[in-house]
Design a binder for this molecule. Structure first.
Ligand SMILES: [Zn+2]
Length: 276
């Protein structure tokens, strides 16, 4: 069965190399604002940065759910889970396009399966439930330097750009412009992924996660990716392993290392796994 062995804590900096557009709720924007606002911190967060300063209200951020959802979706394509869901549910296209719910594949083990009935069946009949989702993707917030730079160049308390996109009518050539809010290219966000080990073989799932991050770098995060938005890159990855024994007072945290890129982590993965 399952025995908690410890957690990998993966801290990273994410840079958007092109404008980043993760949509927020329409109710949040004020009258006269843009039609397509990006998601922003609804309230300030006191003592957020190391120097004790706050994260200002209105600072754009990247929800962990956006990163998790995109990485999962890319991995499902790569590992053939989309085809399988389609074959299983081809009569119901709505269901066919949902996340894999087999409860057995590496994706379901890492990211979880929302299908309680499947989990129950696997636990009762096959005595092989997927267990708790191994990975947690936390929200990523902009660095203080990024917010200061944006505010300095765009205006006090302004952290986003308004980009106008045009659709041209093929017959009349009339332009149909719309305004899109984005985080300008070059912003830096700090985020964290925590990956729990419940079985010895969970260690090999780490590679799946980093391959997913690599796929994300060659895809896009947020919206309007086919029109140029959302190209991102991970850097300054710092990995630590906290063994179960640390929490029982019998062990120490283990610094795994600092890496410049996702590729660097993947190249060192075998060694990383050997050392924990
Ligand atoms: Zn699955």
């Amino acid at each position: 069965m399952f025995k908690y062995q410890g957690s990998f804590v993966i801290d990273y900096t994410l840079t958007n190399l092109t404008g980043l557009r993760i949509g927020g709720a329409k109710e949040e924007f004020d009258i006269g604002g843009v039609d397509n606002p990006v998601i922003k911190a609804p309230v300030s967060i006191p003592e957020f940065y190391d120097d004790g300063s706050e994260l200002p209200q209105g600072a754009p951020y990247i929800p962990g759910s956006s990163i998790k959802g995109k990485v999962r979706s890319l991995l499902e394509w790569a590992l053939g889970r989309v085809e399988e869901m389609y074959e299983k549910n081809s009569a119901d296209i709505e269901k066919a396009g949902k996340p894999c719910d087999c409860g057995k594949c590496s994706i379901c083990i890492i990211f979880g399966t929302g299908d309680a009935k499947t989990v129950e069946r696997l636990a009762k009949e096959e005595k092989n439930p997927p267990g708790p989702p191994r990975a947690k993707f936390f929200d990523a917030y902009p660095t203080k330097e990024t917010l200061e730079r944006l505010s300095e160049q765009l205006g006090e308390g302004i952290f986003t750009e308004i980009k106008t996109e045009n659709q041209i009518n093929r017959i009349t050539s009339r332009a149909n412009p719309r305004k899109v809010e984005r985080v300008p290219a070059g912003a830096e966000f700090k985020g964290r992924i925590v990956f729990d080990l419940f079985k010895e073989e969970d260690k090999k799932l780490l590679k799946v996660i980093f391959k997913g991050l690599e796929m994300l770098e060659n895809n896009f995060l947020g919206g309007y990716g086919s029109r140029g938005s959302g190209r991102v890159k991970f850097k300054e990855l710092v990995i630590e392993f906290i063994p179960r024994e640390y929490y029982t007072g019998e062990g120490q945290k283990k610094e795994i290392g600092k890496f410049n890129s996702v590729q660097d982590v993947i190249n060192s993965l075998e060694e990383i796994i050997r050392n924990v």
